[in-house]
Ligand binder design. Structure first.
Ligand SMILES: *Cc1c(COP(=O)(O)O)cnc(C)c1O
Length: 346
């Protein structure tokens, strides 16, 4: 990674935030123990708090969202199964083929819309009636969608997908790395997501700003099973209450700030839509992510121009760029980004 000067405005991801002094202070005060022995009081209390929040029985604190997702797939499948996910899904694109390796399942990547699936997208993809077919066992839903541009499912969309899943004996895994953004943008209450997913994975290191940490939430039985695989995969951690405290602090203090990220993302999208050399679907900017296209050059060339002006974003395709808002980007930085964008892409 490049060394950045203090003026650089970093929109590459909502994972780049540093722990604030207040968060560090809160972490120091955490009571800790050996969590492999299930003796870390801070972790145990936090797992209970989060599983209660979503109306589910139990939670398991894990190092990353990837581990949360992979454990979800693991406890819901048998080797030889097939899982359905939108082709933009994180489990399909960004988890180094883990589902095949760790659970022995194959992925059927379905073409939905902005990373979201609907019943009509999946209705012809459920298999399992013949000995020679894989058994379709899990439907993975991402909320908000990352590669899909941070869009959210509505309650109605999730209800119909859940009803379809139930009718077809599919389990549902919700990849809620950014469920917090979805909750803030749509007002859907957390318990609702607990009703949709058999397993739900949430992250504290994305927009919320904890240094690390995610959680898998499910039934007691599934979590007991996941706990063994977490250990097998090297994710059993010892005095990890320090990180659970950071995550707890992040949730209590930074959740309300997500609304501001969403407002700023919309403002950037509007400015982008007014540039002749850029194109963006402003309607799809529902949360903190802005995905846009450059028309006259490659994403790499455009990113180099932005970087020369002190603005960092990431490529998301040959001509596609992603900008992601987080609490280290205030209105002043937003104004700077807007003026740089206008200057370069007119
Ligand atoms: C970031 C992200 C994850 C998890 O990523 P980690 O880097 O492993 O914490 C999972 N799903 C989605 C949709 C994400 O955006």
């Amino acid at each position: 990674m490049k060394k950045q000067n203090h003026k650089t405005i970093d929109l590459r991801s909502d994972t780049i935030t540093k722990p604030t002094p207040e968060m560090l202070e809160f972490m120091i005060q955490a009571e800790v123990g050996d969590d492999v022995f299930a003796e870390d009081p801070t972790v145990k209390a936090f797992e209970e708090k989060i599983s209660n929040l979503f109306g589910m029985e139990a939670g398991l604190f894990v190092p990353s969202g990837t581990m949360g997702n992979q454990l979800g797939v693991k406890v819901l499948t048998n080797p030889g199964d097939e899982i359905l996910i939108d082709y933009k899904g994180h489990i399909y694109n960004y988890e180094t083929g883990g589902a095949g390796m760790l659970s022995g399942v194959q992925i059927n990547p379905i073409h939905g819309s902005n990373g979201k699936l609907s019943v009509s997208d999946i209705k012809d993809h459920v298999r399992g009636n013949f000995d020679w077919e894989p058994k379709t066992s899990v439907l993975c839903l991402e909320n908000t969608t990352n590669k899909g541009g941070g869009v959210c499912y509505s309650k109605e969309e999730l209800k119909s997908l859940k009803a379809f899943a139930d009718e077809n004996n599919l389990k549902v895994h919700v990849d809620g790395a950014r469920i917090w953004n979805a909750m803030v943008a749509t007002g859907v209450e957390p318990e609702f997501f607990g009703e949709i997913g058999h397993t739900l994975s949430v992250c504290f290191s994305k927009g919320l700003g904890a240094p690390a940490g995610s959680m898998l939430i499910s039934t007691k039985e599934n979590i007991a099973k996941a706990r063994r695989f977490r250990k097998m995969w090297g994710g059993g951690m010892r005095q990890v209450g320090l990180l659970a405290a950071a995550a707890d602090y992040a949730l209590d203090n930074n959740l309300p700030k997500l609304k501001e990220d969403h407002r700023r993302a919309k403002k950037l999208a509007k400015a982008i839509s007014e540039c002749s050399q850029l194109s963006v679907d402003t309607d799809s900017v529902e949360t903190n992510i802005v995905i846009f296209d450059v028309l006259d050059e490659s994403a790499t060339d455009a990113l180099a121009k932005l970087e020369a002006e002190g603005v960092l974003m990431v490529p998301f395709g040959p001509k596609t760029i992603r900008a992601t808002f987080h609490f280290e980007i205030g209105d002043e930085q937003l104004e700077k980004v807007v003026s740089v964008i206008r200057k370069i892409f007119r």
